[in-house]
Design a protein around this ligand. Structure first.
Ligand code: LLP
Length: 434
């Protein structure tokens, strides 16, 4: 469920007309619905009400300061993967003490920054990393709380580039190796063993792989509770969202119209299935969802440059490119594209929806049905709140897009479009070329 819908012919976010946002701030612009994020958060919490849950929002999905602040106000900690993300949480007024620090290549500086700010735990990916954390903690005279990431070797049944819990990928330690790694960790002077972590992949649309992974890891977790008194089990993130019927999925009626077995995974089913598996452990359960909280809470607004007809095909050339939203080019990600002004008197057309970048992969959709639409009109890419702006770049020397946050009938620019001066601010011509 989300708060993007048509009010008459016009697409609105909560009570804000998206055309008005585009008029004020131009395009391409990301627009986020604060109420949708809050609803998603509450549904997830309610789904897991039977457990002692600490939700650490995966900031990598969208680390806009205002969204981090919103999450902190809702009560989340954060799943962080770089010094930059730690600093963002601090800048947004979030709590590093309720946050975890993950990632396969943490530097000494990043480890120090996390420790100085009282990180809840490090999610450790390897033995050499454990040694490094132990060393840095020693120089600061503190004990570093840790959990080791175990790889349960489960097929998450999602896109190959976003599956992480199969053996043979770079994440975590195999289950068989985990007990020995914990023994070794417990012997380190500056390490405090605090939990166990796993994460099997992203955009999971069925609950089966989550349940399978928990069943595989639970015996180890129980053993570690007995042996080392661990406090928590992090089951990672990965709860998927609706991309196909993104707009329609905003309404309860759409969900009710589907037979239960065809419904995409909901936080209710996730909670109902996993709670009985997790409750007997008697531990705090950490969650690291990113996409689920913000994915359907954002759209990318873009303006049509041309409708080009060539080689018997239509090409809708828009002003957003793969630099603004890379998921289609990178993972064949599907994003629904809808007109901001709907007009049922127009004929339907099939078009490739493409950006202005000089690459064939700068294509958002192939042969996509859309109402006939022309130069200057607006479209919205749905379900673009997660891994949209966060993965945007300046490729082709295009500025980073703007971001706007909506709540009810108010909205504000929360990240201005980059200027050319900002884009080249760090660059200089060396003396030997002057
Ligand atoms: N925890 C760990 C250890 C992770 O690696 C990730 C995501 C998450 C949590 C959050 O996963 P989520 O709840 O958002 O699915 N750029 C890709 C997704 C990459 C996910 C990387 N890890 C995409 O656009 O689909």
């Amino acid at each position: 469920m989300h708060h993007f819908h048509y009010t008459g012919p016009d697409l609105t976010c909560e009570s804000v007309d998206l055309a008005a946002v585009a008029r004020l701030y131009g395009t391409p612009t990301y627009v986020y619905s604060a109420t949708t994020v809050a609803d998603n958060y509450r549904r997830l919490r309610a789904g897991l009400a039977g457990l002692d849950v600490q939700l650490c929002y995966a900031a990598k999905a969208n680390s806009n300061l205002s969204l981090l602040r919103l999450c902190a106000m809702l009560g989340t900690g954060f799943d962080l993967v770089s010094g930059g993300e730690i600093r963002r949480v601090l800048a947004a007024g979030g709590h590093v003490r309720e946050s975890v620090f993950a990632g396969v290549g943490k530097t000494e500086d990043e480890i120090r920054l996390a420790l100085e700010n009282g990180i809840f735990a490090f999610h450790v990916e390897s033995e050499p990393e454990l040694a490094r954390i132990n060393h840095v903690a020693g120089t600061l005279g503190v004990k570093a709380p840790i959990a080791i990431r175990v790889n349960p070797d489960v097929d998450a049944q999602t896109h190959a580039k976003i599956t992480t819990g199969k053996s043979g990928n770079k994440f975590g330690l195999p289950l068989k190796q985990a007990a020995a790694a914990y023994e070794a960790a417990a012997k380190l002077k500056n390490i405090a063993v605090r939990g166990v972590q796993m994460h099997i992949g992203s955009q999971l649309t069925t609950v089966g792989p989550f349940a399978e992974a928990i069943k595989k890891v639970a015996p180890l977790v129980a053993q570690l509770k007995t042996d080392f008194g661990i406090e928590y089990f992090s089951i990672g993130g990965g709860l998927g969202i609706v991309y196909g019927d993104a707009l329609a999925s905003g309404s309860a009626a759409w969900w009710e119209s589907l037979p239960p077995e065809q419904r995409p995974l909901t936080p209710e089913l996730y909670g109902e299935t996993l709670t009985p598996l997790l409750a007997p452990l008697g531990l705090k359960i950490l969650l690291e969802h990113g996409r689920y909280l913000v994915g359907n809470a954002g759209v990318l607004l873009s303006r049509v440059e041309h409708l080009k007809r060539s080689g018997g095909k239509n090409f809708l050339v828009v002003d957003a490119g793969m630099n603004d939203l890379v998921r289609p080019a990178m993972y064949d990600g599907y994003h629904e594209v809808v007109p901001v002004h709907r007009d049922s008197s127009r004929r339907a057309l099939k078009a490739d929806i493409v950006g202005p970048i000089c690459e064939s992969s700068d294509c958002f959709a192939k042969d996509r049905p859309i109402q006939e639409i022309g130069e200057g009109e607006l479209v919205a890419f749905m379900s673009a709140g997660a891994y949209g702006y966060a993965m945007a770049s300046r490729y082709n020397s295009r500025p980073m897009p703007a971001e706007v946050l909506v709540q009810g009938s108010t909205f504000e620019l929360v990240n201005a479009r980059e200027t050319f001066a900002q884009m080249i601010a760090g660059e200089k011509i060396p003396a030997f070329l002057r």
